[in-house]
Each structure stands twice: as structure tokens, then as C-alpha cells.
Write a protein that binds this ligand. Structure first.
Ligand SMILES: Cc1cc2nc3c(=O)[nH]c(=O)nc-3n(C[C@H](O)[C@H](O)[C@H](O)COP(=O)(O)OP(=O)(O)OC[C@H]3O[C@@H](n4cnc5c(N)ncnc54)[C@H](O)[C@@H]3O)c2cc1C
Length: 494
């Protein structure tokens, strides 16, 4: 039986383990941390249980399909509920709109902001559907040659939908320059670590997928999916080992033959898959003499995604009027994004994502309490901000905003608090430059064929899974990456 070693128990590593074990390979997963999950981890303390990273679950079909591939039905194991509205958007002037998946309600919200604009909303979503259809042709496939990009129908759609244009600019044109609606229907590129001012209009396919195909919440939080994947993996015979940081991938005569752990122990295998950040894997786990295609200088030139500052608050009161998911857009939204992506400075007035999962799932907090998760996108660690100074400033700014939009007395009601900084991403999971959502930004030249491939070019037997390879960042994408690497390994190694 072929032996597979997977470095890292992130969602992609776990999904690949399940699929490969199901195909008859003997899989061992080696995770650095005491707990699996990687970026999709959890904090459990003082009766609060909060997802550390992802909270927005779209493209649920990718989760369904992952389970179907191993003969399971995810809906029989985890209770999902659809969130509708998907988000409440708070603007700096105190106004807000709700973004619903229910199209009639969404149209009413849009009309509230700009009367007569509903017709344009439906045109925007129609174009989003076309982008989604052709975009998916480049998502769920392995790439070997640049000619794999040649697809005459997709090329035509690319032109018809002007997907090569600038995202913010194109959305603004759809909504006749209405600033509030443009922000509300373009921020989704941030999920890929891209500013809407820099991203391709193509990425409004995410807005379409989110609104038209729905957003879901698994009871117990996102981590309940990781827990379930772990128990399935154990039942299927996957050997999952925690507290096992890998120090080096052992390479003999151009082939990966095993790994050396930090403890000095060497484990041998026929196939090695890295779920750790791909640029980190190349730079830190593979000696330079074995990687002609990824020398340090080309890894340095890659375009790295942004990071984030997170604040988690346990509150001894309930906020029934809040939405489960919300976003706050700062007054100078553009300056905020430029600080993150261009000048790499601390944003003066951060925009942020505000999540209150206890609206849907009160069991995540003690009775009568709420749990708030606040995520403010930040520059990555190339910015050298000095996080011991920056974090208290940000905390103060975020609490000030919560006083405005949630509760003027919120500070007196905080009974539990934790934070997570860009430096924590680097230290805990070896995230290159402390990147949050994923390491490599998803610009055109780091997508599909141009993103690092899931098979090392100059090392036989070495593969990749997760956000660093194609299709890219986010839970649905890393689940697809597990499908793609499994298909490749089964084809090449059987
Ligand atoms: C704050 C935040 C919010 C997010 N929000 C969303 C969202 O709402 N929706 C969404 O879909 N996605 C979201 N994402 C993105 C999503 O979480 C990630 O893209 C996805 O979880 C990455 O999974 P992965 O399989 O690539 O592995 P990762 O999660 O990157 O895990 C890699 C694993 O490898 C381990 N590792 C590293 N080095 C070693 C080593 N040397 N030896 C052994 N193990 C090692 C790490 O400890 C880690 O467990 C968010 C991410 C963050 C951080």
C-alpha cells in the first residue's frame, strides 16, 4: 500500500487525507500545532467557543462534494442553517443596508439606498452569473500546460462581461456611481486578499456566489466541520499526529522520500504533500539546491496577500437586533484599503467584519451572553508596524466603533477577551509574512495556471494542497484543491 505523508492539518490537508485514504492509500498527517484546523481553528475558553478564522461559508456544494467523495452525507452529520440576510453593511454615517439572498428583499434594500436602482442590481447579478459560469471552468481543474487556459467559449465570455476591467470601477458603473452600493457589491475581493480597487472585475463572481447561491452556518461554528473531518479521518484509519512540526523534506536523487521532524525523527513515504504555506514550504523545508524553479529571489518577488487583526469579545448581554454577519465601511474607504495594500501603514479608521454567531447559535456562549468576532484587514508583516504598539491602538478604535454601532456601554459588559495579530499567524502556522486568508494574493498572475502548481516541477513525489496552490484562497477553494491533488496523485501513481 502506498504511504502518503501530509504536512499540515488545515482544511485542505484534512480533505486530501480523507480522499486519499478512501482511494486506498495509507495516509499520515503531521501537524505542528496541538490542534488541527490551521487557519480554520477555534478558541474555547470560559464557556465561549469562537472560530478563530473563517466564518463565511459560501459554495456549500464544495463541502457536500467532499463528503460525497468518501461516501458520506454532510447534512446528516452537521446541522446547517442558511443565513439570510447574508450581511448587514454599516456605513460611517450611521446608515445601513442588509444584503439578502432573497432577491425581492435585496431589491427593496437597494431601492432604500437609491430609488430605481433595483433593475441595475439584477443586471449586475446576471453578469455575475455569467462570470461565475466561465470562471468555474478555470477553478475546478488541474493545469499542466499553458494551452490548458485556451477555451474559446470562456474567452468570449471574458470579453462579453469585460471581466478584465477594474472591479471597483465596473461595479461603480453598474450602480451609476452610487458610493454606498458600489462598496456593498465589491468588497468580496477582500476574501481573496485583494483590494477591490486593484482586483479584476472577474471577481464579482464571488459577490454573485455569495448572494445568489447563499451563505450557510454549521451549528457549533466552522470548527465543527474540522472536528467532524478529524473524526471521519480517524474512523477511516488516517494516522493523525499533532505537535509534529516538520523541519525538512528529505530528497534523494530528485525525489521526495520522507520528512525530518524537528525532533530529529525521520519518516519515510512514497508521496509527500505539503498543506503548509507553499512559499514557506519551498523556502524553509526544501534546501535551495533542490529547487531550481523556486529560488529565494523568485519567492521574494511573489505578491503576498494581506493580514488581519482580530478581536474576540465575550459580552454579558444579548443583542437580538444585530445580524449574524456585518461589515463596517470606514468613511475614507479608499484610504483604508490603500493603507493595507499600497502604503502598508496602519489604517487611520479601519473597516472591519463584525460577526455575532450567538444570534444563530446561542450555545457558543454562556446563557444570556453574546460572542463578538471583529476582523480588521491589515497590511502583512512586510509593513514592519510594531504590533505591540499597533494592537492597543486598533483595539481602542474598534471598541469605539462598537460603541457607535452595537452598544454605547459595551466596554462595561466585556467579560472575556482575546486577540490575534499578524505576528500570531506567522508564529503559529508559519504563515508567510503573517498573511491571514492565504499566503499568495489572487491576482491574475497568481491564479489558475499562473498560481504555483499542486505538483513540484523539479522534485518527484512532492505535491501541494491548500490555499497556496490552485484554485486558491478560502475554504471552498482549498476543498477543491484537495479534489484536484487527489485526482492527480491517483492518475500518476496508480
Ligand atoms: C481571519 C480569517 C478569516 C477568514 N475568513 C474566511 C471566510 O470567512 N470564508 C472562507 O472561505 N475562508 C476564510 N478564510 C480563509 C481560510 O481559512 C483559508 O484559506 C483556509 O482555511 C486555508 O486552509 P489550508 O488547507 O490551505 O491550510 P491552513 O489553514 O493554512 O493550514 C496549514 C497547516 O499547516 C501547518 N503547518 C505549517 N508548517 C508546518 C510544519 N513545518 N510542520 C507541520 N505542520 C505545519 C499549520 O500549523 C496549519 O495547521 C479566513 C482566514 C482567516 C485567517
Amino acid at each position: 500500500m502506498r504511504r502518503v505523508l501530509i504536512i499540515g492539518a488545515g482544511m485542505g490537508g484534512l480533505a486530501a487525507a480523507l480522499r486519499l485514504q478512501q482511494k486506498g492509500l495509507q495516509v499520515t498527517v503531521l501537524e505542528k500545532l496541538p490542534r488541527p484546523g490551521g487557519r480554520s481553528n477555534v478558541i474555547e475558553e470560559n464557556g465561549f467557543r469562537v472560530d478563530l478564522g473563517p466564518t463565511i461559508l459560501v459554495m456549500k456544494s464544495t463541502f457536500d462534494e467532499t463528503y460525497q467523495a468518501i461516501g458520506q452525507d454532510i447534512d446528516k452529520r452537521i446541522a446547517f442553517t442558511q443565513l439570510d440576510p447574508n450581511y448587514r453593511i454599516h456605513y460611517h454615517d450611521g446608515t445601513w443596508i442588509d444584503l439578502y439572498s432573497n432577491m425581492a428583499k435585496l431589491a427593496m434594500e437597494v431601492e432604500k439606498v437609491a430609488p430605481g436602482m433595483a433593475e441595475r442590481l439584477f443586471r449586475f447579478l446576471g453578469e455575475g452569473a455569467r462570470k461565475y459560469e466561465f470562471g468555474m471552468d478555470f477553478v475546478a481543474r488541474n493545469f499542466d500546460h499553458i494551452t490548458d487556459l485556451a477555451n474559446p467559449t470562456a474567452a468570449l465570455r471574458l470579453l462579453q462581461t469585460a471581466s478584465y476591467e477594474n472591479l471597483y470601477q465596473q461595479v461603480s458603473t453598474f450602480f451609476q456611481g452610487n458610493d454606498k452600493l458600489t462598496k456593498a457589491f465589491s468588497f468580496h475581493s477582500m476574501f481573496l486578499g485583494l483590494s477591490p480597487f486593484d482586483a479584476l472585475a472577474m471577481y464579482s463572481l464571488i459577490t454573485y456566489a455569495d448572494l445568489a447561491r447563499g451563505m450557510w452556518y454549521p451549528m457549533g461554528g466552522i470548527y465543527s466541520i474540522i472536528e467532524d473531518m478529524v473524526s471521519l479521518a480517524r474512523e477511516m484509519g488516517v494516522d493523525l499526529r499533532m505537535n509534529m512540526p516538520v523541519e525538512e523534506i528529505c530528497i534523494e536523487q530528485g525525489r521526495a522520500v520522507g520528512v525530518k521532524l524537528e525532533s530529529g525523527e525521520i519518516l519515510l513515504a512514497d508521496i509527500i504533500i505539503s498543506n503548509a504555506d507553499l512559499p514557506y514550504t519551498y523556502r524553509k523545508l526544501i534546501p535551495a539546491r533542490h529547487r531550481r524553479h523556486y529560488p529565494d529571489r523568485s519567492l521574494e518577488k511573489m505578491h503576498y496577500a494581506c493580514s488581519g487583526y482580530l478581536l474576540y469579545l465575550g459580552i454579558d448581554r444579548k443583542y437580538p437586533d444585530m445580524r449574524h454577519q456585518a461589515l463596517y465601511f470606514s468613511e475614507d474607504y479608499r484610504a483604508n484599503l490603500d493603507a493595507i495594500f499600497k502604503t502598508k501603514t496602519l489604517p487611520k479608521e479601519p473597516s472591519f467584519h463584525l460577526n455575532n454567531p450567538t444570534i444563530t447559535d446561542p450555545g457558543l456562549a454562556p446563557e444570556g451572553h453574546s460572542l463578538l468576532y471583529i476582523l480588521a484587514p491589515m497590511p502583512n508583516l512586510s509593513a514592519k508596524l510594531g504590533w505591540d504598539q499597533a494592537a492597543p491602538i486598533l483595539r481602542e478604535q474598534l471598541l469605539g466603533q462598537l460603541e457607535r454601532i452595537v452598544d454605547p456601554d459595551i466596554r462595561q459588559h466585556i467579560v472575556w477577551e482575546r486577540e490575534y495579530r499578524p505576528t500570531d499567524f506567522e508564529q503559529d502556522i508559519n504563515a508567510v509574512l503573517g498573511t491571514a486568508f492565504g499566503s499568495l494574493a489572487q491576482g491574475f498572475f497568481q491564479s489558475s495556471y499562473f498560481r504555483p502548481h499542486n505538483k513540484a516541477r523539479d522534485i518527484k513525489g512532492l505535491y501541494f494542497v491548500g490555499q497556496g496552490t490552485y484554485p486558491g484562497i478560502g475554504m471552498p477553494m482549498v476543498l477543491i484543491s484537495a479534489q484536484l491533488v487527489t485526482e492527480r496523485i491517483v492518475k500518476e501513481c496508480s
